[in-house]
Design a protein around this ligand. Sequence first.
Ligand code: ATP
Ligand code: MG
Length: 653
Amino acid sequence: MSETSHRGEIAELLTEGRVLKPSADFRAQAQYADPEIYARAAADPEGYWADWARQLHWFEPWSEVLEWEPPYAKWFVGGTLNACYNCVDRHVFNGLRNKAAIVWEGEPGDRRTLTYWDLYREVNRFANALKARGIGKGDRVAIYMPMIPELVIAMLACARIGAVHSVVFGGFSAEALADRINDAQATALITADGGYRRGTIIPLKHDADYALRTTPTIRHVFMVQRGSFPLRVVEGRDHWWHRAMQDAEPYCEPEPMDSEDMLYTLYTSGTTGKPKGIIHTTGGYLTGCLATTKMVFDLRPTDVFWCTADIGWVTGHSYVVYGPLAAGATIVMYEGAPDWPDRDRFWQIVEDFGVTIFYTAPTAIRAFMKWGKQFPQQHDLSSLRLLGTVGEPINPEAWMWYYETIGGGRCPVVDTWWQTETGHLLITTLPGIHDMKPGSAGVPIPGVEAAILTEDGQPIGKGGGYLALTRPWPGMLRGIYGDPERFVQQYWSKWPGLYFTSDGAKRDQDGYYTLLGRVDDVLNVAGHRIGTMEVESALVDHQSVAEAACVGAHDEIKGAAIVAFVTLKAGTLPSLDLEGELREHVARKIGAIARPQRVIFSGDLPKTRSGKIMRRLLRDIAEGRVLGDTTTLADASVVDSLKRQYEEREEAG
Ligand code: ATP
Ligand code: MG
């Protein structure tokens, strides 16, 4: 391919037009198998979403489905409901009392199963424990917990009394916790003495104590006793969860919430900069979560649904808690690391619990690939019937591995594009309707409309551009906590009335959207715009490469020179020969224009704690700058060693 190749052609070449069909078996039993649903929703999106909303229990009906004064949306105006009631009580009263709601495994191997009735009892009591301490409607409650059932109970108890939860990922530092508490002016904190991760104890309460020195708004702290980890108790402020539960009344009336009352705030991952405290409200959010869980995951009553995301991220909010529980599903929750005590832990859990739907992130899939097939192959994964991915673009190579090795070539894969801001997934395929194109997410779900635009808002038919959402959807963010200006500035100022996603995408002749990476990450080489995703996919396509991240370093002549950071598969060693081979491999796959100038081998890549590659830090390294905000970085030593390595390379010429 010539140097002048168009970037649209580049991506096509990479995916090689691979199209896979979900099996006839899957299609025959799929619940959403009629493509008419798209046309119906497009003709009357408000009616379409209202039909979904009617599956929820409303105390008072809404008077208007949507009030849209860009950029402010109100869904199900005037309706009142309670998210906890919809996730718990509704099922208890509808015959699911003894159905397992949560099947949980701790990292040390301890297990608990909570039926919907158990969940109901626990949530009611904890709601009363909060209320007894004066916490109520509109109060903000920070939650800093390991992945244990009490985390779900705490969130639902907040929702029951109308308090706004703000979950902070348990892997964050005391400082990050303090920032988030102060931003939300939270009056209570729910935590635990600790949790297990890779065999060690994460002392959450101990860490939280540091945060609590600088968080004057906190009046009450609840602590779950997960182990018997040492901690300090401040009389009057700190309460053991189990004691508070003993003293609490068994029933708490669910608070009727306005559809637009705040359900929670949650911070974005911080991949591109300072995290934003995203606001989600009740009626629209729950409707979107319920609809997408049922439709995209083809959920049926017998399913065992495992979304592996930590609840500290939006994926955990929407697809561990609110979506599946609103749908009355059985969810699996696991506390610890995927490689503890060995690299087959996830597959052990799938086998033991008979997981049918498995939803994880590309970063995890690439780690599984790196570790090798032998780990999943030790287990019976035949219960699985559907796989999903979310969080980053998935390169076709990893997609195929997932499909074949985990799904046995039998399970459709849904690649779901969405953001903390969007509340629920928005672009994907419906497994009973669509063919799958590895590396391409699919189409906007029914009732959602997207577009690919130029800088000045002109639509692009084919080829790459900015991904925009062109009509309001129920789970959309309602603001950034405490920063209404940033809300308008960040999402709504590029093109009036249209939502700017910050992601680049292209669309093919079938209307499938392929995500090209963050707009900030797009490479501009000698006037050609190349998606980081495209070069990375070409690299990962090489048999030795496990993971790759590309950035453009400033280059006098070309504008940007591509620098590739690469981790290798187990058993492969870095060498100059391999570097040359990889550079040629990319040139062959995409064209000489995309040949990386440098390949830097690394044991790991800098990632957010949610597992996303932080290319902006790699850019800082490649351009010799001081590193930007690193507060959401998972492992600071990774960037330090990369920086050193890069500088040594530079000196050596
Ligand atoms: P920040 O906004 O703070 O920089 P972040 O964007 O990583 O952090 P999230 O809301 O967790 O925070 O991630 C949403 C982003 O993840 C999307 O904008 C997109 O870039 C990426 N993403 C999510 N799912 C997919 C997917 N299926 N395909 C491609 N990209 C995806
Ligand atoms: Mg983002």
